[in-house]
Design a protein around this ligand. Structure first.
Ligand SMILES: NC(=O)C1=CN([C@@H]2O[C@H](COP(=O)(O)OP(=O)(O)OC[C@H]3O[C@@H](n4cnc5c(N)ncnc54)[C@H](O)[C@@H]3O)[C@@H](O)[C@H]2O)C=CC1
Ligand SMILES: O=C(O)CCC(=O)C(=O)O
Length: 526
């Protein structure tokens, strides 16, 4: 009998699936005090939560038999996924079930914002009859700038088109083919920011999207622009938004999410131009049913040892194969991350070539890991199980091949990525006793540890180029830990691969790119 502990309110449609299972005992205890949770989790086989229960490392350590944690929703921010992975506990989520609800909520906010509906309602119930203060704007022919055209962004775009809005999207990871299929014009971030009447964000919160909309972005916007965030607090810099509204640049904002939740007595909430909801994007009966059903079905699969999907942290592969592939997992993930970060742009195809001892194995899980590494650069909930599916959905061609060419190594993985901007080939190997190494980029031989902050610089092989890079980084207090240089011909094209002790800010990368004989500078974070 499997004990499934449910600690947040979950839709009964989901729980009924577990109730009908003869091998499951349900323990439903919401609002458990932290100590009570530590006790209750001890003999649980699975834990089901929404966003309230904090599944900390302490909770995970207290569990003696836990095999799976299910999140009825997308974000797993309340679960210590690393601690779960460390204990071999599978964490799953339900990424599709709340897309429509969140898109509809965004649209509700868009209309409410355009027509001052919450403010007018408040005024009316105060006993006023003020028809002048709440004059709004039409949506028709207004430009809606969508930042992040994934599942939710696409659904928002469809609804905006039905309202005859002029929709423009910025999503650097979307291929032109896919955008054409959705029927949305793609533009640069600057064009979206400078020309939109409404701007809505639908990206995950990543290093790249944190404060994507900051004071510089607000300066560039049209006066009277209206802003929406129903994705994650932190994509928009709340301090900069406050100033932009107070200065009159921004006419209004609709917020479902906040940098800290709950936001408490936040200055933005005191502005009459701001309308807000307490993270209600996914709060519909349908979305909650969808995510609860999805997560309960998958939890049963995991408990019964059947194939499952939407794992956030673990691939489902036979133990024997897993054992053989395990040493390559981190190299594979880092090769995917490295290749895409070094290439930039919308991914069109990935070709993975395996050589040596890898040719005799089923390498599909490694290819999935490479895809996961590449796609997690810009998608919110990529995992080992859904990476291939997501690539297919986005029209990315994935090819796997095995060859005998080993270039002197006992094993070799070569990843070739093609984006709408360029093509890159990166090879890596596991050196006996020394661990993972990147040994070739675009035909240039190097020897780099795939770890930490790296700078990939393309330059002309001329005297002084290396020195100028070192001097400029040194001037800004950035220490170079290691440096590798690869060239084909004397005086010709060459690359430098630097590992540095801290991230290199964009303005310093731009200064580097302006140095004599330096052509491109890419930062890679592994
Ligand atoms: N308010 C709420 O209750 C809910 C909020 N969400 C949040 O909404 C967000 C989007 O969710 P989905 O559409 O399901 O995710 P998704 O993964 O389908 O789409 C994200 C999109 O953002 C794009 N993107 C990534 N980095 C970008 C960048 N720097 N600039 C522009 N575009 C970038 C990706 O290419 C992708 O197309 C997630 O953060 C999710 O957590 C999701 C559900 C409910
Ligand atoms: O209502 C919830 O569970 C939060 C939804 C959400 O933000 C997500 O699924 O990422």
């Amino acid at each position: 009998m499997f004990k499934v502990l449910i600690t947040d309110p979950l839709s009964p449609q989901g729980i009924d699936i577990l109730r009908r299972a003869e091998d499951v005992q349900i323990v439903e205890k919401t609002d458990l005090a932290p100590e009570a949770l530590l006790k209750e989790i001890e003999d649980a086989d699975a834990l089901l939560v929404r966003s309230q229960t904090q599944v900390t490392a302490e909770v995970i350590q207290a569990a003696k038999r836990l095999k799976a944690i299910g999140r009825a929703g997308v974000g797993v921010d309340n679960i210590d996924v690393d601690a779960a992975t460390g204990k071999g506990i599978i964490v799953i989520n339900a990424p599709d079930g709340n897309t429509i609800s969140t898109a509809e909520h965004t649209f509700a906010m868009l209309i409410a914002l355009a027509r001052n509906i919450p403010q007018a309602y408040q005024s009316l119930i105060r006993g006023e009859w003020d028809r002048k203060r709440f004059v709004g704007v039409e949506l028709r022919d207004k430009r809606l700038g969508i930042i992040g055209l994934g599942r939710i962004g696409t659904e928002v775009a469809k609804r905006a088109k039905a309202f005859h809005m002029d929709v423009l999207a910025y999503d650097p990871y979307l291929t032109p083919d896919r955008a054409e299929k959705i029927g949305i014009r793609q533009a640069s971030l600057d064009e979206v920011i400078q020309t939109s009447d409404f701007i809505t964000v639908h990206t995950p919160l990543t290093k790249e999207t944190r404060h994507l909309i900051d004071s510089r972005a607000f300066e560039k916007m049209k006066p009277g622009v209206r802003i929406l965030n129903c994705a994650r607090g932190g994509i928009i810099d709340e301090g900069a938004l406050l100033e932009a509204i107070q200065s009159g640049k921004v006419a209004g904002a609709a917020l479902d999410v906040f940098e800290t939740e709950p936001p408490g007595d936040h200055p933005l909430l005191r502005l009459p131009q701001v309308i807000a909801t307490p993270h209600l994007g996914a709060s519909t009966r349908e979305a909650q049913e969808n995510v609860a059903v999805d997560v309960c079905v998958e939890i049963l699969h995991i408990l019964r040892g059947e194939p499952f999907k939407n794992a956030v942290n673990l691939p489902s592969i036979p133990a024997e194969l897993q054992e053989k592939l395990r040493p390559y997992q981190s190299l594979a993930e880092n090769l995917g991350r490295f290749a895409l970060q070094a290439t930039q742009g919308a991914l069109c195809s990935v070709t993975v070539t395996y050589s040596g001892e890898l040719t005799g194995l089923d390498t599909a899980p490694l290819t999935r890991t490479i895809l996961k590494g590449a796609l997690s650069t810009y998608l919110s909930d990529v995992n080992y199980v859904n990476a291939t599916f997501l690539a297919k959905e986005r029209g990315i061609r994935v090819t796997e091949q095995k060859v005998s060419d080993l270039r002197g190594f006992t094993n070799l993985i070569t990843v070739e990525v093609v984006t709408d901007r360029r093509r890159r080939t990166v090879s890596g190997t596991l050196l006996n006793g020394l661990g993972a190494r990147i040994i070739n980029i675009d035909g240039y031989s190097i020897d780099v540890l795939p770890r930490g902050h790296l700078l990939l610089i393309q330059h002309r092989d001329q005297p002084g180029a290396i020195g100028r890079v070192g001097t400029l980084l040194g001037k800004h207090g950035i220490n170079i830990a290691t440096m590798q240089v690869g060239r084909r011909d004397v005086g010709g094209q060459a690359i430098m691969m630097l590992s540095v002790d801290k991230p290199v800010p964009p303005e310093i990368r731009q200064s580097l790119a302006r140095l004599e004989n330096i052509e491109t500078v890419q930062e890679i974070d592994l």
